[in-house]
Write a protein that binds this ligand. Sequence first.
Ligand code: PGA
Length: 256
Amino acid sequence: MKKPVVAANWKMYKTPEESVNFVEKLKKKPLDWDEVNIILCAPYTSLFEMGNSLRDDGFVSLGAQNLFSEREGAFTGEISVEMLKACDVVWVIVGHSERRTLFGESDEDVCRKANAALQNGLSVIFCVGESLEQRENGKTADVLQHQVTALLSKLDEQLLSMVVIAYEPIWAIGTGLNATGDQIEESHRLIRGFIEKEFTSTSGEVSILYGGSVNLGNCRELSEVSEVNGFLIGGASLDADQFAEIVTTITEVKKE
Ligand code: PGA
């Protein structure tokens, strides 16, 4: 059984000081550290300080929420892979629906970003998921296939071990409406199948996370869905106590 992965997506919340306070609080929690991979995806402005406070521990990994695909140059406001790595970042979220919808990132953009990250040594949490309209029109499988295949069809198989897929139905993000266990199971099986089609022998290595209104109240039930290998958590990851409890819950369930 793979270790569960629990990733926090703080979005545009937390100053550097608040971020470091969170880390210090989390460090003191009696978590089963060896049995879970925790990733904190913080705003750019917090990464340097967090990198310093995590450096000697290695107990959680640091992640960014975005990057730009070019190595360097006249790209005002953008951040490169090397800049992230210099802050001890090892993960980056790519293709989050907020980037796709609010900032107009196309499949081509997100695949370029994912490849730039992976080829230069950053692991990627690649987000996929359907809108409510797509689900209601029976398009969920097509959308997931398109998004997953866009990434994997251009990926060198050796880099697959650095990819985690997060299934995040858009209608469940930040709405308090989580997908049901059956819906998640179905989507995760579909995604696993699309990975298998591209990379038959190594597809099992990829963790598939669920994201969308994961909270203290639903995390046990969601952890019990066997296809769920972890969570990508927005709102409920902002509070260290709550986040730690969700981590404890999924770690316990996945050990059973
Ligand atoms: P949420 O966000 O947990 O607040 O729904 C999840 C995400 O956007 O990754």
